[in-house]
Design a protein around this ligand. Structure first.
Ligand code: HEC
Length: 287
């Protein structure tokens, strides 16, 4: 049993601590063994009466009102209000979480990404034949119209014709044959014909083969799960030089003026008969 003197001591101590908490902090104040907090009034059960100071026993999960406070109980109350988990334990949980997270990432990073299946010999041949047929058909369509344009209005007219008709003609062939047909080069006349990444790789390998004295040949290449590409080299012939030849020699300055007006950034001149010019690039949707 606590005597009146002891009870008074605790009430006095609580009053002093309350004042300190109010003065120094909005949150409250924690000492070695004591926690002083302000509670909102709606947490007082019971309503209209002005609440009086009370002593509460606070267990781990329940709160019990006690009428006769005892020093030990007040001690208990204050120590168990903010039970501190050992720091080591918290670090451990975080470490475990991070460990599993890292494992998860590791697994997903190392998991083999599904590669598109390689082409068997039969498929390889089929794409090669189809590509060659389309390249020849497109070349025939382009050059027959070009020759007709030269006959009608000479080189200047043919250049203008090429400028407006070459790409739409190739596009319509693409639709007809359900493939994407293009011409590209390391030195382009029309910037729209500049190579994409995979095309540049093939162009550079063709260039390398020529430097080694080999003649480049058509190839088939898987681009991704859905696309297979065909490429075949384009070489210069005598009639081409009127528009792509050496300036002042096979290519007249007058004609080149017309070219330059339409293609100010033209790079596609200086060729001689038999030179490598670029490549056909045909992309198929994989069956
Ligand atoms: C009458 C002039 C003319 C003749 C002849 C000509 N070309 Fe072109 N060539 C052009 C023009 C103009 C373009 C740009 C077409 C465009 O804007 O789509 C072009 C574009 C090309 C391209 C596409 C790549 C790029 O640089 O934009 C290739 C490849 C090409 N020519 C090869 C040839 C070959 C091979 C021959 C001969 C068989 C030939 N050309 C004959 C005028 C000509």
């Amino acid at each position: 049993m606590a005597n009146i003197w002891e009870l008074g001591k605790f009430k006095l101590r609580a009053a002093i601590l309350q004042t300190i908490a109010l003065l120094f902090s909005k949150q409250g104040w924690s000492g070695e063994n004591l926690t002083v907090r302000r509670q909102p009034t709606n947490s007082f059960v019971g309503g209209t009466k002005r609440p009086q100071p009370t002593n509460l026993f606070v267990g781990k999960s329940n709160v019990t009102k006690i009428t006769k406070p005892q020093p030990q109980m007040l001690q208990l109350c204050t120590t168990s209000l903010h039970p501190q988990k050992p720091k080591l334990m918290r670090i451990n949980l975080t470490t475990i979480f991070l460990f599993f997270l890292a494992i998860g990432f590791g697994i997903s990073a190392c998991a083999p990404t599904k590669q598109p299946a390689a082409l068997n010999e039969q498929e390889q041949k089929a794409y090669l034949t189809r590509g060659q047929t389309l390249a020849q058909t497109s070349f025939a369509a382009l050059s027959s119209r070009l020759m007709a344009a030269i006959e009608t209005g000479g080189i200047p007219h043919a250049v203008t014709y090429c400028n407006t008709a070459a790409l739409p003609l190739i596009d319509s062939l693409s639709k007809q044959y359900k493939a994407s047909i293009r011409r590209t080069s390391l030195k382009v006349r029309n910037p729209m014909d500049a190579p994409q990444d995979w095309e540049k790789e093939v162009l550079l390998s063709y260039q390398q083969q020529l430097a080694e004295g080999k003649r480049p040949t058509p190839i088939v290449k898987i681009l991704d799960k859905k696309r297979v590409a065909f490429a075949s080299p384009i070489f210069m012939a005598q009639p081409c030089l009127k528009c792509h030849g050496k300036l002042g020699e096979t290519l007249s300055a007058d004609h080149y003026q017309v070219v330059k007006q339409l293609y100010p950034q033209d790079q596609a001149i200086g060729y001689v008969d038999g030179d490598w010019r670029g490549m056909w690039s045909i992309t198929f949707v994989r069956n």
